[in-house]
Design a protein around this ligand. Structure first.
Ligand SMILES: *Cc1c(COP(=O)(O)O)cnc(C)c1O
Length: 341
């Protein structure tokens, strides 16, 4: 059976780099949305707990429930059914119109749109938002924003959004004084933003991809992150492909001589995106994917019982003309996850 190995030492190595950059562990919230970027939300949560991480960020209420016993503080990014289930849950408010749907006493982080124009209230709605939330007895526990271009050092968006967010923080401080309410936590950094700052003034950072060992940026000075996931497949069958014979759908790979090949139990149905005859992929040990990848199988010029399909998805991302995020989040939840050292 195919499996995903999670390398604990690599994860802890990445967490130490993140921790050093953020300043202290209380300032680190790890993003676990979409099954911890395909790694396995329970497995990663247990390791993060062991390391001492207290804060997590997830996509929805369902994910939050899964990990509630691992963390002291969980931010839910995109739920629309706000559920006042747990005092440790905090819900992102993604637009002004949603305030009417919030139950009393819920914890809310106000998302402010500082330029990405994906989610968030407008900066000029800040005071009204506070007013309405306070009126409804809602706990405003955070104010945050998200960068649209932190991964591109050539763009000025990062500085502009930072400037606007600084102004928002000042305004929030004044508003809180006026309403006599506690100052909320401020946060704005994803992975690439974290590694662009010299030091972190916000109360915490929301780090996703760097945790898992990747960073998609054009910066020349990248931290030495290590991928924590490797994908392994098992042999299903072997045969000799005779000279002139071809393998798989369309018979797109034809052998020039007799070779020994085997089929392995991973395919695009498992989330290993389909490769075709125009895309050449070689495993870390140098085995070649022959012909097309099918739903549940792929064929290699290998005889080994178990083969490492990847231990770094950079190459695959390049072949598929996409980013590491997409390659890893697509992996099926049904593949067995195993923690190793
Ligand atoms: C996914 C996400 C993050 C994490 O981004 P990375 O680039 O993976 O570090 C942070 N904040 C928000 C709002 C997100 O949606």
């Amino acid at each position: 059976m195919a499996k995903i190995l999670l390398h604990k030492e690599n994860l802890f190595h990445n967490l130490n780099l993140i921790l050093k950059q953020a300043g202290k562990i209380q300032k680190v919230a790890i993003v676990l949305k979409d099954n911890a970027y395909g790694h396995g939300i329970i497995e990663i949560s247990s390791l993060l707990k062991e390391f001492g991480i207290k804060k997590a960020v997830v996509k929805n209420f369902k994910e939050a429930l899964k990990i509630k016993d691992y963390f002291d503080y969980i931010l839910v990014l995109s739920n629309k059914n706000f559920n006042n289930f747990h005092h440790n849950f905090h819900f992102a408010l993604n637009c002004f119109e949603l305030i009417k749907d919030l139950p009393n006493n819920i914890n809310v982080h106000i998302k402010v749109d500082t330029g990405m124009h994906r989610n968030g209230i407008l900066p000029e709605q800040l005071e009204d938002t506070f007013f309405k939330l306070v009126e409804k007895n809602i706990n405003i526990t955070g104010v945050f924003t998200h960068h649209k271009n932190a991964d591109n050092i050539l763009s000025k968006d990062f500085e502009q959004q930072n400037l606007l967010f600084s102004k928002i923080k000042e305004e929030v401080k004044k508003i809180c004084k006026r309403f006599s309410i506690k100052l909320p936590a401020f946060h704005s950094c994803n992975s690439s933003a974290l590694f662009r700052h010299k030091s972190i003034e916000d109360d915490f950072v929301r780090v996703g991809i760097a945790t898992y060992g990747y960073l998609e940026t054009n910066s020349k000075t990248l931290p030495n992150l290590k991928p924590i996931m490797s994908l392994w497949a098992n042999k299903v069958s072997s045969r000799i492909l005779k000279k002139g014979e071809s393998v798989g759908y369309g018979g797109t790979y034809t052998s020039k001589k007799d070779i020994s090949i085997s089929t392995y139990d991973i395919g695009y149905g498992d989330g290993f995106l389909r490769l075709n005859e125009n895309q050449h992929y070689t495993t870390p040990k140098g085995f070649k994917v022959l012909g097309r990848v099918s739903m549940d199988f792929l064929t290699l010029n290998s005889n080994e019982e178990e083969v490492c399909i990847f231990d770094n998805v950079k190459n695959l991302a390049k072949i598929h003309n996409t980013i590491s995020y997409e390659i890893i989040t697509t992996l099926s939840k049904d593949i067995r996850r195993e923690i190793t050292k």
